[in-house]
Design a protein around this ligand. Sequence first.
Ligand code: OTU
Length: 600
Amino acid sequence: MRVSSPTERRLAALGPRLRRQLERLYGSTGLAIWPRLEAILRERAAERPAAMAALDEARLADPDWFVAPDMLGYSTYVDRFAGTVEGLIGHVDHLESLGVRYLHLLALLKAREGDSDGGFAVADYLSVEPRLGTMADVERLAARLREGRISLCVDLALNHTADDHAWAQAARDGDPHYRAFYHVLGDDEAQAYEADLLQVFPTTAPGNFTHVPAMGGQVWTTFYPFQWDLNWANPEVMLAIVDTMLRLANHGFEAFRLDSIAFLWKQLGTDCRNRPQAHYIVRALRAALDIVAPATLLKAEAIVPTALVPPYFGADEGSDWDGGFEPECHLVYNNSLMVAGWVGLAEQSAALPHAIVAASGGLPRGANWLSYARCHDDIGWGAVIGDLAGIDPDPVARLTIAAKFLDGADGSWARGEPFQSDGSVLHGSNGTMASLAGLEAARTDEEREHAFRRIALLNALSIASGGLATLYMGDEAGLLNDHSYRDDPDRAHEGRWLHRPVMDWDALDRVAALRISGDIRALRTARIASGGAGAPATIATSTSALLGIACGSDRVFLNFSPHAVQVGDLAGWHDRVADTPIGDDAMIGPWSVLWAGPSA
Ligand code: OTU
């Protein structure tokens, strides 16, 4: 009889939830792997460092620890921010100066030689990209971040590996065990699947399959040809990824960004996105973490219509929370709110931001949105087409107008560029926050002022809507589009490098950075004062340009138009940003935010 340790107690309590997922996925074969999976859980638990075990206990006592008014995130490539992990340790003070409590590092793990899709073609999940440092450096960084109450997040690209991953190399060399880690199809079978699949990179990587002679067939490659989709119908893949994830958690990572999880399960005759089995896979990962490393968060990178998000938090298919709930992810990207913010600017209307804030309510306990204005990816238009179905008679036409505006058409102040298209089709838009908001195009003081306000407006949408609001590196400094990628043979084809500039540390004491960072700090301070965090709610307003959000004790108004508009009677309320009382006939300026707290 084992001494009852916290892990043993959690294994006894949560093991059934994990076994249920295995049975749903693999039937009796799933239960046959249980002894091996149980051994992995115990081995990894035995290795869990004391500091992480202590964090486990603290967070079990406070499951909403990350749904907090002062939670603010930051996402960056290590090399573009600080060169190396060691260099990053030297810049943690910058993160602390912004009030950051969550740090997502991109392209940290060892990536494929050459083009690696920005680090998302992983060659070894368990080692750090050598030019960035070592896992020992990461453990020192994680310890430094914990001192500052900053949680370290890393991408777990579990839909695919690089084609030079050891598993792929073994498969290529004929090892049947690792060949079964991937999908290898005949031409006709691949064609049958392809008929229902969408394109992620239609311009740079058309199709979802790549003929690999050494594999003797068509390998499933949803993304780039060098990103081989893992075969999650194979329980050996589950064992390998659970072990990988727990080893990484023991190195000090407190959150995993689960990349592309909408694509995990393949089913003939479907678009192979958002399948029920994809959720069972993630719920198995969640159960394993809850047993061994409960301090650790899972964040779903599921770029899907808002209506398809609840199962990624754990709701049963199509049911509300009462209809059944199994924990899946703690955080889900609110991609639709990000897109809606940009559409709001383009349309000079709060209509879509209002609709998405209203659709983002009703979260379960221990869950929150990951809210953001920009990230390392494009503004993807596809998911919001789904959100607009039923609201708008022609979503594609409407979003095409917004996309063209953001790509700079018709005298627009935006300086974005089409992604995966020449602008003739609707796919995505690239650009840094400052360039998209008009700071690049601004030539007069008023144009610069309005650009600064539009940046603050979208940061306010992300912060006031209660999510784990996450900044993308350089946006706090107003960095503009970086066109240098066009001269790099490994990057020239990949337009998203436009909005992935190298950090300009000298810019931090210039006007743009001081204004933008100052606005961010003011919004974060206001949210802390409001006590607001978690699911957002809307407030009715007097005009379609004006969005109202309830945030804790406060009322936050966002003006998505270039004209001053009336807010209404706010007598007895206090402007938390300007620190002035607000009257009974409040107005809000062009592109502005009015954050109203109850008078003391
Ligand atoms: C994710 O992207 C990553 O964020 C991208 O940087 C990677 O290129 C990609 O996966 C492959 O790893 O998978 O859930 O439109 O926004 O591909 C959707 C491009 C994704 C990305 C989209 C997204």
